[in-house]
Design a protein around this ligand. Structure first.
Ligand SMILES: Nc1ncnc2c1ncn2[C@@H]1O[C@H](COP(=O)(O)OP(=O)(O)OP(=O)(O)O)[C@@H](O)[C@H]1O
Length: 578
């Protein structure tokens, strides 16, 4: 874990090293100061030597000023190093997430990834800063002060050595009990993020179903759970304070008691006892600081583990060693494909699916909800890998292609496709950043989007709000189809992408496809028979199996499910027109 994290310090290594360097200089000066103080008292004040007071006094001021300067410099470099480290961690995680397959993302969940990128990184950032500053300063201070204390008086200094094992046991117990509780807290943070994300994304549905109160209760429950678990963890950690105080005061009492006897017995000077007290304060202070950093480390260890899990997660989908980048044509063949979303092969979502589509054909896919239509087409651009069997594109297994090249050749308009905040033109150019304005207009004409766009006050420069909330469902679908067309794909997959478009426009889109992109293989998942009846082949899905393949006419005469679907839609249409 430490190795993975350390690699991400990257270009901030210099700042991360300068911080402890300046901390060390500051500590050295802090150690010298009590020596000078003792000298002022013993050689200056007690000996009534004015010139000693002045010269040692000046040395004292210089030391204090330099200690201040080094303290400031260590603070500055520490802040740069820790903020830079956090930036690198976020960058690394985000970059790796972009490589994730859908199944990797399913495994982590989006809300958990958000917590990891935000809260967890902030925790690790704070701890890192504490490590390079306080965790360097405190042990150094502790060792130097203890050394000096031993030089002054062995007997008094021994008191600390007895205190250390006592403290170590106490802190060990705190870590043992607090760590699992903090782990729990971060898992609940994931849930909180999920509740907030879901609520904000679906705020329209929440409002239209008047579910605000239900949502508030849901939020309150999770936030109450965070409060409870966090306070439980903090209660355990809070033992740290009394433990430290108890040790500190016991040490002080013993030192005062024994120190006073030593002065009375004339084995120690007043100046020596005074600098002894300063070292005592520094030792106790450094122990206190170390225990505070310790607490911070307890809190951030689960965070660090969660970050490392994202950084080390390897995508389930990887490029082959010698990937093919040329996709010959848009032919598609499924050979005995079995597919399961989990590792459990008993839970197959697709079973023994086989079919062949020639390049340029139009394929309709129809079937009940959950019958496996989306799953089937997602295997073509290799959004998931088959569990067994093979999916071939252009005569070659999809696993032999360079993933980016394959996905460039296969454009997929998903069921819930997303538009991003930006102008219509910017959104369309996601499909092809080099596309000329003319190409944009052409793609939009094909997708029947041109007409409504030109009617907008700013036309193609109209700003689309986040998530495409300022365009209608049907308009959004047409824009996402145009965006896919701009890729000039060899295979175009529309997953129920015209469901919000009226039948007439839908027919116009189908017609435009036939006339304008005849060489592109088109997969059209649809609920309406009218959307696919002209297809060269129609695949009927039922419970994860291919129930029938054929043209509209062939299926009408041979496939029971297709007959029923067609019948119900013709009847429904007839009744609607009565
Ligand atoms: N990411 C996923 N993880 C686990 N199971 C999934 C996932 N996506 C879909 N499924 C399951 O796979 C089955 C097939 O789903 P799929 O989305 O392919 O059906 P569909 O025919 O496209 O349905 P619809 O018409 O409602 O979109 C369903 O039982 C669904 O619950």
């Amino acid at each position: 874990m430490i190795k993975t994290l350390a690699k991400n310090i990257g270009e901030y290594k210099k700042d991360a090293l300068l911080t402890p360097f300046f901390v060390t200089l500051e500590v050295i000066l802090d150690i010298i100061i009590p020596v000078l103080m003792a000298m002022i008292i013993d050689q200056g004040i007690s000996a009534k030597n004015q010139s000693s007071i002045v010269s040692i006094g000046i040395a004292l001021i210089v030391c204090a000023l330099f200690a201040l300067l080094f303290g400031m410099l260590s603070g500055r470099y520490g802040a740069i190093a820790s903020a830079g480290f956090a930036k690198n961690l976020r960058k690394k995680m985000f970059g790796n997430i972009q490589e994730f397959s859908f199944s990797n993302i399913d495994r982590f969940s989006t809300s958990s990834l958000v917590t990891r990128l935000t809260t967890d990184v902030s925790n690790v950032q704070n701890s890192f800063q504490m490590i390079i500053r306080i965790l360097v300063r405190s042990p150094l201070m502790f060792i130097f002060s203890l050394f000096m204390a031993f030089q002054l008086n062995r007997e008094l200094a021994m008191i600390f050595l007895y205190a250390i094992p006592f403290l170590a046991i106490g802190l060990g117990l705190i870590v043992k009990f607090a760590h699992p509780t903090f782990e729990k807290v971060f898992k609940i943070y994931d849930r909180l993020n999920q509740v907030v994300q879901e609520n904000l994304q679906g705020i329209r549905v929440v409002k239209s179903y008047v579910r605000e109160e239900h949502e508030v209760t849901k939020f309150k429950t999770v936030s109450q759970l965070i409060y409870k678990t966090f306070s439980k963890a903090e209660r355990i950690v809070a033992f740290n304070g009394p433990l430290m105080q108890f040790t500190m005061y016991t040490c002080m009492l013993l030192i005062s008691w024994i120190g006073a006897q030593l002065i009375v017995g004339s084995t120690m000077t007043t100046g020596e006892l005074m600098s002894m007290f300063m070292y005592v304060m520094q030792i106790l202070n450094s122990l206190n600081m170390m225990s505070m950093v310790f607490v911070m480390l307890i809190i951030s260890r689960p965070s660090a583990e969660r970050i490392v899990a994202v950084i080390n997660e390897e995508s389930d989908l990887t490029n082959p060693s010698k990937p093919m980048t040329e996709i010959r044509d848009g032919s598609v063949e499924f050979k005995d494909v079995n597919f399961s979303y989990s590792d459990n092969e008993d839970k197959l979502v697709l079973t023994k699916s086989s079919f062949r589509i020639e390049s340029g054909q139009t394929v309709g896919v129809i079937g009940g909800t959950g019958s496996g239509k989306t799953t089937l087409v997602q295997l073509i651009p290799r959004l998931y890998d088959v569990t067994s069997g093979s999916v071939q594109v252009g005569g070659l297994d999809v696993r032999n292609y360079d993933i980016a090249a394959l996905r460039d050749a296969v454009a997929m308009v998903l069921q819930n496709n997303v538009l991003f905040s930006g102008t219509i033109k910017e959104n369309l150019r996601w499909g092809n950043p080099e596309a000329t304005d003319q190409e944009l207009y052409e793609a939009c004409r094909l997708a029947q989007a041109d007409e409504f766009i030109t009617k907008l006050p700013n036309g193609y420069d109209t700003y689309i709000e986040q998530g495409g909330t300022n365009v209608s469902g049907g308009q959004k679908q047409r824009l996402t189809i145009a965006r896919a067309l701009l890729k000039h794909p060899k295979i175009l997959i529309l997953d129920d992408s015209t469901s919000a478009v009226d039948t007439k426009t839908d027919a116009l889109i189908q017609q435009a496809f036939l006339e304008t992109i005849p060489n592109t293989t088109k997969f059209i998942i649809a609920q309406r028979v009218s959307s696919i009846e002209k297809a060269d082949q129609i695949i009927v899905m039922e419970n994860g199996e291919i129930n029938g393949i054929g043209t509209h006419e062939e299926l009408l005469s041979s496939n029971k499910i297709y007959q029923e679907v067609n019948q119900s839609q013709v009847k429904g249409f007839g009744e609607a027109n009565e």
